[in-house]
Write a protein that binds this ligand. Structure first.
Ligand SMILES: Cc1cc2nc3c(=O)[nH]c(=O)nc-3n(C[C@H](O)[C@H](O)[C@H](O)COP(=O)(O)OP(=O)(O)OC[C@H]3O[C@@H](n4cnc5c(N)ncnc54)[C@H](O)[C@@H]3O)c2cc1C
Length: 362
């Protein structure tokens, strides 16, 4: 079981790095990765359990986001698409936490609609020259390397760009409210040269790689957040039993106890969804529909339960140290990262045979 020590969580870049590296020491980056690839050789169910315990003990959505960006944004694409040489070169450092990473898809003019992505890669004899602007990228600027999606010959493709590559500028802004203990920023690529072995996957495979990475992220990012929701509910139940109003404890009021009942149902619903994704993955089945449903249900549940929790605690729910109002902001962000709720609905509709299809980012 993972225990989360008292690590600084002010949101500074050094703190974020330290906390992610703490996760690495707990082997949290190695779940569901085969022993052959340097992982623990366990399954997605084990990953869910470990992330759940982390969430419960850290109550830090930013750390969960940061961890998931690293795992699904860099480790899994390398496992799935890396050549033997690329795996040998990158995976040991990514799995041990020596290198921190993530993936850069979003651009100022392209969020939900990835057909608008405009970062360009041009092939030269020795490698590629990249130009473009990425925005809202988790783990920037602390990332040592990012998987950057750019157009090569007009086709979406993926490239590993290091922080110290000439022409790569990993910035510490803009930041958003919500998940603020994770670092976030822009990446400016100005004639950034990278060697030939830094292309990951085939030219034109970018769209599929994005869908696969986000499918996994959507399925499992809430494992850790459900741990936080469990902690949140426990706090609310405790408060409702201790707080006296009109001579009886707060929870004796049906208006409050029904809110708590709803929180419990949402929490259990989320857990069922995440476990279902793990079950499907562990039995080699597809998770396209289940992961979109999980992301939609869980992010909406997280927001509603965070609003309820802060409200039940009264003004105490708005004291920053109590974390309840921070969780509302985190939940707002969770409706956007890995594809917004509307986009999940578009995908679900398409997968059941209606709607706009896979034009939009998952
Ligand atoms: C905390 C956080 C971390 C992030 N980390 C990363 C990261 O690591 N890497 C990365 O690449 N990106 C990251 N992002 C960016 C995120 O993926 C985008 O913000 C998201 O895809 C939405 O894009 P947008 O903000 O441009 O909104 P837009 O696409 O402009 O959408 C604006 C609003 O319109 C809605 N909308 C858009 N299209 C439709 C439609 N067809 N039908 C109905 N409604 C629609 C959206 O749901 C949204 O509410 C992160 C964002 C956040 C908040």
């Amino acid at each position: 079981m993972t225990t989360y020590k008292e690590l600084p969580a002010t949101g500074g870049t050094q703190d974020s790095k330290q906390r992610l590296q703490f996760c690495a020491q707990q082997h949290l980056l190695k779940h569901a990765v085969s022993i052959e690839n340097g992982g623990l050789g366990d399954n997605f169910q084990a990953l869910v359990q470990a992330h759940l315990e982390l969430g419960k003990s850290c109550q830090d959505t930013g750390l969960i986001l940061s961890l998931n960006a690293h795992i699904w944004g860099s480790i899994f694409p390398l496992v799935l698409y890396g050549t033997t040489e690329q795996k040998a070169q990158w995976l040991p450092n990514l799995l041990s936490g020596k290198y921190l990473a993530g993936h850069a898809i979003t651009e100022p003019q392209a969020g939900s609609d990835i057909t608008q992505l405009n970062t360009q890669a041009v092939a030269t004899e020795q490698g590629f020259i990249l130009n473009g602007h990425k925005r809202f990228i988790t783990n920037t600027p602390i990332a040592d390397v990012l998987l950057i999606y750019a157009r090569l010959e007009g086709k979406l493709s993926a490239f590993l760009v290091k922080q110290d590559d000439l022409g790569a500028d990993f910035k510490d802004a803009p930041n958003v409210t919500g998940c603020s203990t994770a670092t976030m920023g822009d990446i400016i690529l100005t004639d950034c040269f990278i060697p030939i072995d830094r292309q990951l996957g085939k030219t034109g495979a970018g769209n599929m790689m994005i869908q696969n990475a986000l499918e996994l992220e959507r399925a499992f990012i809430f494992a850790g957040i459900i741990g936080i929701m469990q902690w949140q509910l426990k706090q609310v139940i405790q408060y409702s039993r201790q707080r006296l109003v009109n001579g009886q404890h707060l929870g004796a009021n049906q208006a409050i106890s029904h809110k708590i009942a709803d929180m419990q149902c949402r929490l259990d619903g989320c857990l069922l969804w995440v476990n279902e994704c793990a079950r499907l993955k562990d039995s080699g089945k597809r998770i396209s529909l289940a992961s979109a449903q999980t992301k939609l249900v869980a992010s909406e549940a997280f927001l509603q339960s965070s609003l309820d929790a802060a409200h039940i605690l009264g003004s105490s729910g708005l004291i920053a140290e109590n974390k309840m109002s921070t969780l509302i902001q985190d939940a707002m962000a969770s409706r956007l990262f890995s594809g917004s709720s509307e986009i999940q609905k578009n995908m679900i509709a398409a997968l059941v045979g209606t709607g706009e299809g896979f034009k939009y980012r998952g």
